[in-house]
Design a binder for this molecule. Structure first.
Ligand SMILES: Cc1cc2nc3c(=O)[nH]c(=O)nc-3n(C[C@H](O)[C@H](O)[C@H](O)COP(=O)(O)OP(=O)(O)OC[C@H]3O[C@@H](n4cnc5c(N)ncnc54)[C@H](O)[C@@H]3O)c2cc1C
Length: 428
């Protein structure tokens, strides 16, 4: 049986980026990626809204996203790999109370050199043909909708094509000699005693033991290092061997609505905010549901990351819920943008966020010969390159990783034992 240097479980964006960076750093390493699905990036990666922003309060989040986005720019510009990046910006709308709370944060970020542009409510109402004040609207008040007091445009933000990014990491990994096995579900992480004595049921508690690979439905894969990058399914694999990772799954849904009318087309192709020629990724004040332009479909994607009482639940094929649109997203959206009145979704999809329930930021750690890469908590696409580099540096036994653009990153900051991340104050 071949013994691999590393087996990576999960061909999502994090597993692929990790596998690619391990191969870049260790060209001779024999690295295998396994996934239960039939192709790369078909888990949560395929379900993402594919948006990115380089605007975070937490320095950790910022470094992870900004260095990754800079690398994606490099892939497009210098390596000639079209990721279809569109710099549409994020337009974050705030009510007066939330804006008051944000002001010190925005000022601090401005002091750190972050760029953003502020818009007044009247300007937004005019440019976007939207409602910004619900005075006298009993229904809106019943729903607790926030008035629009200000808008903040973040220019270093946009969309990319996730399939192309997946293809980049997959094809480059293969080109470097990496191997991938699809349709190979891992059923178990295999633990063996470091000094086997041939007793039934080994290892016993007095024996030193380590992870030696994984059992898949196609057979055993032995590896010097086992790396679990199984997204929302990580805890399914770790729980049976008693490793805690604080990652839980929560369903997220996206509904696509065609820009059928002239008013909706005007909104979709609005040119006033950025040079991209599209509506920015627009986040409502309260609740913070969002509109994501989908110009390739001449459509808008409507979504909201609901929390309480949405269950933490692992689902193989999460389904979008009709009522989530009908009584949720639709009702909120038409209040702010009456252009959407009468719109029915022409398609919808749902996926799982892999939420780190401690602080909502990614996790990379090693325990008993097993590495874990995950918990990107709904922003794994925009941070994937940095996370792959950090995981590859941990694989090589280093203390620091070098992110794209020569930024040094302390690996243990994303670990469990000596974790050091600033709280994120800009959560959508
Ligand atoms: C609706 C939605 C919108 C989102 N929008 C954005 C966004 O705009 N921007 C952004 O940056 N992020 C966004 N995200 C988050 C982003 O998609 C994830 O953070 C990212 O895809 C996580 O990648 P991953 O590789 O960790 O997980 P996955 O892509 O889920 O990969 C894990 C892989 O592991 C495999 N696997 C699981 N268990 C096993 C097993 N037992 N054996 C073998 N293989 C296994 C799965 O098949 C899967 O392919 C969004 C997510 C959702 C659901």
């Amino acid at each position: 049986m071949v013994e691999y240097d590393a087996v990576v479980v999960g061909a999502g964006i994090l597993g692929l980026s990790t596998a690619y960076h391990i191969k870049v750093r260790n060209p001779k390493a024999n690295v295998l990626v396994v996934d239960k699905l039939g192709a790369a990036g078909q888990g949560s990666t395929a379900k993402s809204a594919a948006a990115f922003r380089c605007f975070f309060y937490s320095r950790t989040n910022f470094d992870l996203a900004d260095s990754s986005v800079e690398f994606y720019k490099h892939i497009e510009k210098d390596l000639g790999f079209d990721l279809k990046m569109r710099w549409i910006g994020y337009l974050w709308l705030f009510d007066e109370e939330r804006y008051g709370g944000m002001l010190p944060i925005l000022k601090e970020l401005a002091g750190r050199g972050f760029q953003y542009k502020e818009y007044e409510a009247e300007e937004l109402a005019k440019k976007l043909d939207m409602r910004t004040n619900f005075a006298g609207d009993e229904e809106a008040q019943l729903m607790g909708l926030g008035n629009v007091y200000k808008g903040i445009l973040i220019p270093k933000a946009g969309l990319l094509d996730v399939d192309s990014l997946v293809k980049f990491y997959e094809s480059e990994f293969l080109r470097l000699g990496g191997k991938i096995q699809y349709n190979s579900e891992v059923t178990e992480i295999v633990v063996e005693p470091c000094k086997p004595l041939g007793m039934p049921g080994e290892p016993y508690f007095w024996q030193d033991a380590a992870v030696v690979g994984v059992k898949t439905i196609k057979g055993m894969v032995r590896a010097e290092k086992t790396i679990i990058a199984a997204g929302a399914w990580i805890s399914q694999l770790l729980d049976p061997i008693g490793i805690e990772c604080f990652i839980k799954a929560k369903k997220r849904q996206v509904f696509s609505v065609k820009a059928k009318t002239e008013a909706l087309k005007r909104l979709l192709y609005i040119k006033e905010f950025t040079n991209a020629g599209f509506l920015p990724f627009t986040i409502f004040p309260k609740p913070s549901s969002y509109i994501r332009p989908a110009p390739e479909e001449e459509a808008f994607w409507l979504a909201y990351a609901d929390d309480f009482p949405r269950a933490f639940k692992i689902e193989e094929n999460p389904e979008p819920e009709e009522n989530f649109y009908r009584y949720g997203l639709y009702q909120v959206t038409v209040k702010y943008f009456p252009q959407f009145i009468g719109c029915e979704p022409f398609s919808a999809f749902a996926g799982l966020y892999e939420i780190n329930t401690v602080d909502g930021q990614p996790l990379i750690f090693e325990e008993n010969g097993l590495m874990v890469v995950g918990g990107a908590s709904g922003s794994g696409i925009m941070k994937a390159d940095a996370l792959g580099r950090i995981a590859a540096a941990l694989y090589s036994g280093e203390e620091y990783a070098m992110l794209y653009g020569d930024r040094k990153f302390k690996i243990s900051d994303l670990g469990l034992k000596n974790r050091h991340v600033e709280p994120e104050k800009l959560v959508i």
